[in-house]
Design a protein around this ligand. Structure first.
Ligand code: UD1
Length: 345
């Protein structure tokens, strides 16, 4: 069965492609490589033995998107990752986020409609809850005003999907991820930020390896036990597996409605300082960090109630924060070895 994975060379996308291929699915990837590199395809091939079919173009381009679907009539489902995702950048460049994240979704859904492709898994985020008034958040927790344009694009995307399934034959599953981190156990794929990382864990590992001088911890005056923000970190491989389970539930008509929503996290919240301590423990490295002012667009704390995903999907996160940090560290070490080999050659 052929599945389209948009953003398939990205962080979560690439791990999901591996899981799909290992379960026997045929994968076709669309990615414009704006925040990823083509080499990821060869790393996927090293892990699974299969080089995924790849098309490089921007899904905001209506013509190219339509042409792709015209030429690929055997696609049975779409897992849509392709989107910009940096909270801070979205505050500085909101239009970039609205344009990219919304146009691509609209183009894809339009084509799915025209070609009667019925199954969509959408990459949503806990960011849709804004600063939730009750913790942990369940799928029924009310949606607050988004804290960033990035968060707002995810809220609008969910609404676009919810409205569209009512008037089309498309079924959708919205996965609200908490904070995906870590890397594949082979250390062949992982998070690969281009330039200075926005997210915490690549910044931690790059600091520990010596690529960055020190980590800025954004804010130590939040209303949390140690003053730093709390997040629910989830291993990217656990998250990737949730996509396949969600897809199969939908494809096999087991969904309870045409648009289902699941929180995908571990259910445990960690402060930034706790995350750093876990990294230091598993890597044996002392991290150079200092406190800096709060980052615009950050919420104070969020973690998931995952009961619904656990019960309905039969999915549960298996890896803990130490596993996540260790795999992220192994990936960073592997990357730096590759650079050393390149310099020597
Ligand atoms: C947000 C979303 C998450 C999404 C991600 C995509 C929320 C709650 N979560 O994650 O679902 O997948 O965007 O990018 O909206 N930090 C530092 N120093 C740094 C970098 C980060 O202290 O150099 C802190 C942040 O202030 C935050 C935590 O680390 O408290 C995690 O930040 P980050 O990894 O950027 O993810 P979020 O913005 O929480």
């Amino acid at each position: 069965m052929k599945i389209l994975v948009t953003g398939g060379t990205g962080f979560i996308g690439s791990h999901t492609v591996v899981e799909l291929q290992q379960k026997g699915y045929e994968v076709v990837i669309i990615d414009n490589l704006s925040t990823s590199v083509k080499e990821v395809l060869y790393s996927i091939e090293k892990i699974t033995g299969i080089l995924p079919e790849f098309h490089e173009f921007d899904l905001c381009n209506e013509y190219l998107t339509a042409k792709f679907f015209d030429n690929n009539k055997d696609i049975k489902g779409v897992i849509h990752f392709a989107a910009h995702k940096a909270v801070g950048e979205s505050v500085e460049k909101p239009l970039k986020y609205y344009r990219n994240n919304l146009f691509s979704l609209i183009n894809i859904m339009q084509c799915m409609n025209e070609h009667q492709i019925k199954n969509l898994v959408f990459s949503s985020s806990c960011t849709v809850y804004g600063q939730a008034t009750e913790l942990p958040v369940t799928e029924k927790t009310s949606i607050q005003k988004a804290f960033s344009p990035y968060g707002h694009t995810k809220q609008i995307s969910e609404e676009i999907i919810e409205c569209s399934v009512k008037s089309s034959g498309i079924k959708a599953t919205l996965l609200r991820y908490f904070n995906p981190i870590g890397a594949h156990e082979t250390a062949l794929i992982g998070e690969l930020p281009i330039g200075v990382p926005n997210n915490l864990v690549p910044f931690i590992t790059q600091t520990a390896i010596g690529k960055r001088e020190n980590l800025n911890v954004f804010g130590n005056d939040y209303n949390t036990p140690d003053g730093t923000c709390i997040r629910d970190y989830i291993h990217v491989v656990d998250l990737a597996k949730a996509h396949i389970i969600a897809f199969e539930r939908m494809f096999n008509n087991l969904s309870k409605s045409d648009c289902e929503i699941f929180n995908i996290g571990t259910g445990k919240g960690y402060t930034v300082l706790e995350a750093i301590r876990s990294f230091e423990k598993v890597s044996g490295k002392k991290l150079n960090f200092k406190f800096a002012k709060r980052r615009q667009g950050d919420i104070e704390k969020v973690w998931a109630d995952t009961t619904y995903a656990n019960n309905e999907l039969g999915w549960k996160a298996e890896k803990d924060i130490d596993d996540m940090m260790l795999s992220a560290w192994k990936w960073e070490v592997e990357l730096s070895n590759k650079v050393k080999i390149r310099h020597k050659a």
